[in-house]
Design a protein around this ligand. Structure first.
Ligand code: URA
Length: 206
């Protein structure tokens, strides 16, 4: 399972703001979106392109364009924080939603809504900012594969070793791009040091 942890001063700077408990939801959303640009760019770095002819104001030249469709699947609700980054960089990306809630005692995923566009020929980016136990991401990958996805990259902000191990075991074909690999999960299944509950911090819920 290829794992890329961004090694970029801009990403480190943005992540430090997200980690701070003093960062309030409006800034938290903005910084997540900015970090998302770096993550999504990395997640698409190996996309194939086709050569196209272009007329500049000066002369004819050639350029390259993305060949395959891009689909983003936001794992609700924290995945919504990265959606705008995908849509800004790839405005014609189709969007799917994977609604999964975690049982707060067992951390097992509970499905409440899924909706996918066509996945079989697309680069599918699964937006799951906090890869903690790996339960939700593994569930979303299962669903995407059941719906035909063959080329999947998970886009995460923070990962935990426990979650990476689960994805490695269940989905060794899935690539992971993240901004950080943290120390561990705590006994409440939160990533430490982490940044807290991503959904709460994005949307201001207590
Ligand atoms: N989900 C979060 O939002 N934060 C964590 O630390 C773990 C899972």
């Amino acid at each position: 399972m290829p794992v890329t942890i961004l090694d970029h001063p801009l990403a480190a700077d943005l992540l430090a703001i997200l980690r701070s408990k003093d960062t309030q939801p409006p800034e938290f959303r903005q910084i997540t979106e900015r970090l998302g640009y770096l993550l999504v760019a990395e997640a698409l770095a190996d996309m194939t392109t086709v050569d196209v002819e272009i007329e500049t104001p000066l002369e004819r030249t050639s350029g390259r364009q993305l060949r395959r469709p891009v689909v983003a699947v936001a794992v609700l609700r924290a995945g919504l924080g990265l959606l705008e980054s995908v849509l800004t960089l790839v405005p014609d990306a189709a969007i799917g939603f994977a609604g999964v809630q975690r049982n707060e005692e067992t951390a097992e995923p509970i499905e409440y809504y899924t909706r996918f566009p066509a996945l079989s020929t697309a680069r599918v980016l699964i937006l799951e900012p906090m890869l903690a136990t790996g339960g939700s991401l593994s569930w979303a990958i299962d669903k995407a594969k059941e719906n035909g996805a063959k080329d999947i990259t998970a886009v995460c902000v923070v990962t935990a070793p426990e979650g990476l191990a689960v994805i490695e075991e269940r989905h060794p074909d899935v690539r992971i791009v993240a901004a950080a690999l943290d120390r561990e999960l705590n006994t409440s299944y939160y990533i430490a040091p982490g940044l807290g509950d991503m959904g709460d911090r994005l949307f201001g819920t207590p």
